[in-house]
Design a binder for this molecule. Structure first.
Ligand SMILES: [Zn+2]
Ligand SMILES: [Zn+2]
Length: 133
């Protein structure tokens, strides 16, 4: 019985992670709790840790931010807005190409984390800036 319950909780938490945008554990807990008030904060934190450990999710440790979680586990880069803190996936091939496994000067690169800092479209609009493209 316990196993079945755990599986159900994991599914709920994973679904929430898939639909959320790089949430912190606290943010994800708030999301899950809105729909499933009986799931505890400790459970959400524990299950997220398990996902990160077994490779079903990535832990993102940005400077100056709580750890965020990402259900997209393929290599990709992130843009982070320095004003509102939102995080986006960068999916452009040009940017992502260097993130795959490859050898550089005899060093075998197996993974990489790349973070672009900047200002997001919403914050740019709020600042009165226009987009060039
Ligand atoms: Zn922003
Ligand atoms: Zn991501």
């Amino acid at each position: 019985m316990e196993n079945k319950r755990n599986t159900e909780q994991k599914r709920i938490i994973y679904d929430a992670l898939m639909s959320a945008d790089h949430p912190t554990a606290s943010e994800l807990y708030e999301l899950v709790r809105a729909k499933y008030p009986r799931i505890s904060r400790a459970t959400v934190f524990r299950v997220l840790g398990q996902f990160a450990d077994d490779g079903s999710a990535l832990r993102l440790n940005f400077v100056g931010s709580d750890t965020r979680f990402d259900a997209r586990t393929a290599p990709h880069a992130h843009c982070r807005c320095t004003r509102c803190g939102r995080v986006w996936d960068v999916l452009e091939g040009k940017v992502l190409q260097p993130l795959g496994e490859r050898e550089v000067q005899g060093f075998l690169i197996t993974s990489a984390a790349l973070e672009f800092m900047g200002v997001c479209p919403d914050c740019r609009a709020a600042l009165g800036e226009t987009r060039d493209n």
